[in-house]
Design a protein around this ligand. Structure first.
Ligand SMILES: [Zn+2]
Length: 506
């Protein structure tokens, strides 16, 4: 890699808006329903510049909008960035996360090195949660994937140092606690993005396994075991191996174990992630348009890896296993053929009718391994189907489960983390579609409802354990309106969501 990605650090500083020293001071303004006395005080110090911007119509405080003004030494900060929060009554933690993201995005655009952030004026949300969201947002928006850019024409800064500011000591305490968590989650999410953004020739299963080992060794109480293709063959993980049959880069099952003595749950939770480091479709080759994006078909696995790091760093009292199914799907003389029948790790046989429906094959063995490890709750996460994008667009990921309680827990984590989920059905009709004719199961259903038949397939391996499937294909990379808040490419979807889910269990 030619260079380091911008290093982002978020802390808290006790100071006033007028005294905060930074290249940019980012402040949040509501469009309606707020008095914002401190912002008015700042406006006075700036000789009414904010009022003027509003008056000429350049800034109305609407959500997702921003405007910059230059302070000409009237206050300590060089520039003030106004960020619209929309109506005060509608503001949620995600409103502040998005505004913080936009602040960092703009800061990086103008090569700022320091950013002071004051978004929580008059906020009605618990300050600790809000500060976590703001720190996560700063990481999210400040991220830029440019490891391989050697022509450094942009002369961007190596670091972005951000501070959430407040003059009140009591507020400081809560803000600091929240920022500490947000810093850990935000960093983890950005590294998940880097893993996904790295091309297939740089990041392949063995590389991912080495990175997982390194992460585990750097965090106390996180353990990492890697099964190579020989160990997987010894365990008869034939569905998993079938996917990787045509690849020079051999598959790896990466198993992360976090079982602290303080754990409240005796039966562990499993997070199982699909990490196809490149998905060409195999013999059922994909069309070439946008095929390069398939380097991100490992988003679920990256989310599991980085969530495990978050859990361990925060020392959460919960037993969790992270199982990452890493393989490359390529056409070759040794590739699995459409029509091949394999006996999975569970003993069930599967007729592989389409080699591009490979995620469910690696996950079938991964999910079965979670059962072998005696996990009583399994959540799998995968960029599984284009059909899920067909159903939901690029705005929400699919949540498929037949357990109402688990659905509720994941929906709660989704609301907290700002990583949107939408429930899709996973009922018997779909399971009927993947019943085999000359085998127990087949790996595809009919033409329609692919997100649901994909989930129904996975459920056959999870049963009778409590299980949910997250089809995150819609959120593999940034699309509108997310590109308002962050750079294109991977968004590391799932790290915040799964971290919140596990935090809620502790
Ligand atoms: Zn595929």
């Amino acid at each position: 890699m030619a260079r380091q990605i911008i290093k982002i650090n978020v802390k808290t500083t006790q100071t006033t808006l007028e005294k905060a020293k930074a290249d940019i001071l980012a402040i949040g303004l509501y469009s309606k329903g707020a008095k914002q006395a401190l912002i008015n005080k700042l406006d006075t110090a700036l000789a009414g510049e904010i009022t003027r911007l509003k008056k000429i119509g350049d800034f109305k405080g609407e959500k997702g909008t921003c405007a910059i003004l230059y302070t000409r030494k009237k206050i300590a900060a060089e520039r003030v960035l106004l960020l619209g929060l929309g109506e005060k009554q509608n503001a949620t933690a995600d409103t502040f996360r998005c505004a913080a993201s936009k602040a960092a995005l703009e800061a990086v655009k103008i090569n700022a090195k320091t950013l002071a952030v004051y978004l929580h004026d008059e906020a009605k949300i618990d300050l600790e949660n809000l500060a976590q969201a703001v720190a996560e947002g700063i990481h999210f928006g400040g991220y830029k994937y440019d490891e391989f850019v050697t022509q450094q024409e942009d002369k961007r800064a190596a670091n972005l140092s951000a501070a959430v500011i407040d003059s009140n000591q009591r507020a400081m305490k809560k803000l600091t606690a929240g920022v500490k968590v947000g810093q850990i989650v935000g960093q983890a999410q950005n590294f998940a993005r880097t893993l996904c953004n790295r091309p297939g020739n740089v990041l392949y299963p063995a590389k991912l396994a080495a990175i997982a080992k390194k992460i585990a060794s750097s965090v106390p109480s996180l353990n990492c075991t890697v099964l190579d293709e020989k160990k997987m063959a010894a365990k008869k993980m034939n569905a998993f191996l079938a996917v990787a049959a045509g690849a020079m880069n051999k598959p790896r099952m990466i198993i992360l174990k976090y079982t602290p003595r303080s754990a409240k749950n005796k039966t562990p939770v499993a997070l199982v992630g699909k990490a196809i480091t490149f998905d060409s479709g195999g013999i059922s080759l994909k069309p070439s348009a946008d095929m390069h994006e398939m380097k991100m078909d490992m988003t679920g696995g990256a989310a599991v890896l980085m969530t495990m790091e978050v859990i361990a760093k925060l020392k959460l009292p919960v037993c969790v296993y992270g199982i990452i199914c890493a393989a490359e799907n390529k056409p070759d003389g040794a590739s699995t053929l459409p029509g091949d029948i394999v006996t999975t790790y569970s003993g069930k046989t599967v007729e592989i009718l389409n080699t591009d429906a490979e995620g469910r094959l690696v996950l079938a063995d991964g999910i079965h391994h979670a059962k072998v490890l005696k996990c009583k709750t399994i959540v799998d996460i995968a960029t599984l189907t284009g059909a899920c994008i067909g159903a939901l667009g690029k705005h929400k990921a699919g949540l498929l489960t037949n357990n109402e309680k688990l659905a509720g827990s994941l929906e709660k984590a989704s609301a907290q983390s700002g990583e949107p989920l939408w429930r899709l059905p996973c009922t018997e009709e779909y399971a009927d579609e993947i019943k085999g004719k000359i085998s127990d199961l087949k790996n595809i259903g009919s033409k329609y409802g692919g997100a649901s038949t994909g989930a129904a397939f996975l459920e056959q391996f999870a049963k009778p354990v409590t299980w949910a499937h997250l089809d995150i294909a819609p959120k593999m990379n940034a699309s509108q309106p997310m590109t308002k808040y962050t750079q294109p490419g991977s968004v590391g979807f799932g790290v915040r969501l799964l971290s919140s889910f596990i935090m809620n269990l502790s």
